[in-house]
Ligand binder design. Sequence first.
Ligand code: NAD
Length: 467
Amino acid sequence: MTGYKLLIDGALVDGDMTMDVLNPATEAVLATCPRASEAQLDAAVAAAKAAFPAWAKTSIADRRALLLKLADGLQARAPEFARLLTQEQGKPLTEATAEIAYTEAFIRYLSSLELESRLIEDGDSRRVEMKRKPLGVVGAIIPWNFPVLIVAFKLPMALLAGNTIVVKPAPTTPLTTLLLGELCAEIFPAGVVNIVTDQNDLGARLTSHPDVAKVSFTGSTETGKKVMASAAASIKRITLELGGNDAAIVLPDADPAKAAPGIFGGAFMNAGQVCLAIKRVYVHDDIYDEMCTALAKLAEEAVVDDGLLQGAQIGPLQNKAQYEKVKGFIEDARANGTIIAGGTVDDRPGYFVRPTIVRDISDGTKLVDEEQFGPILPVIRFSDAEDALARANASPWGLGGSVWSGDRDTAYDLAERMEAGTVWINKHLDFGPNIPFGGAKQSGIGVEFAEEGLAEFTQIRVINEAK
Ligand code: NAD
């Protein structure tokens, strides 16, 4: 398959280089796609900079209308997007179809927001008003786990606020983002949206570019630290959505039959490659064996296969590096716990790992303390809820967490004390464009979605008038 193009200054263009994109279910080349040079990245930033003044002057209603056209365009080609997403990312077609539908819903909702404008004071001696103005060029950096949806976490709000944007997808999942570029090329004025791809070599140039006013980054904590450092030189605004090690705490009054499917879904969606996935589950002594058995049963029953095949519930890991990393976590689990389901990789092409449940493992091991970002879940025993909470909080990360209980008050009390940006009760991984989303501690800085997220793409302008 060929025909993928970069989007620079309103034109769909070839890259100065090319690169192969693999299908993780087969390890075969899915497409050869353009790879931008440094000069092309610079051209994209220059185009965004040149387009900014005119775009910022358009009305928010006009910008919203174009964003809604993007949502319409995506809706019209949703099956094509979903299929390509499965092929490049690996997730089952059902999940890919849902991701495209979510993307459309995010674009529609986020472009319905209004920019805050507030009359702070209108007294005898002065009139003080606060408005929100766009920043300029936004650099948006996307990871490989949700290559379409995460673009919709950034682009609609950046553009609605009057900024222009340069989007850089991850090297292993550029195709759906480039397809989105085809739609953008037909809709937005030249330079407003630019999309460039790389082989992990242009991110730093984008985040340190003097003409980029803000970086909106989603990816690992390690790369986030580099982004933060490189933004310092010109005091760029940054929003960082980084890694996590979400804990689920299952109290003794939870019903294992009800909780197990919710925990399994929260841990194994997208083969565990979700920033907000459950990455460790603390289960009370009283129901520990029952929960382990229920989770192991779900893992044994799960259909692991090429995401394009009907019935596949868990696809391959997205790329070879992640596959090797997850295999390392399995070895650690074998040494420090008891694997009661999975623990094997399929002897076939593709980066397939069976969903793996590990019991009798404790804090202080690699699998519990680090982010596995794959289909392997440690189940840790506790006898005192306060101790479980302390262990859940004893992490440098704080993205999400959940409490599972039959008693709402107890669950709520623990939830309030979990050090995370989002805490769920009796569920995990439920979010939406109207709910602010951000990480505590080393899981990030700033917020995405809702009015709070939109505000991060703006600069406050106070007009203070003498009377
Ligand atoms: P990554 O940090 O390796 O890459 C993310 C993006 O950053 C890619 O586009 C990559 O090309 C780019 N990049 C690489 N080096 C860069 C540099 N020096 N400067 C700027 N950009 C650079 O992460 P990944 O492996 O693609 O994604 C997995 C990680 O992302 C996990 O840790 C996961 O938890 C996290 N993640 C977080 C969220 C969230 O919203 N918090 C969402 C998805 C993934």
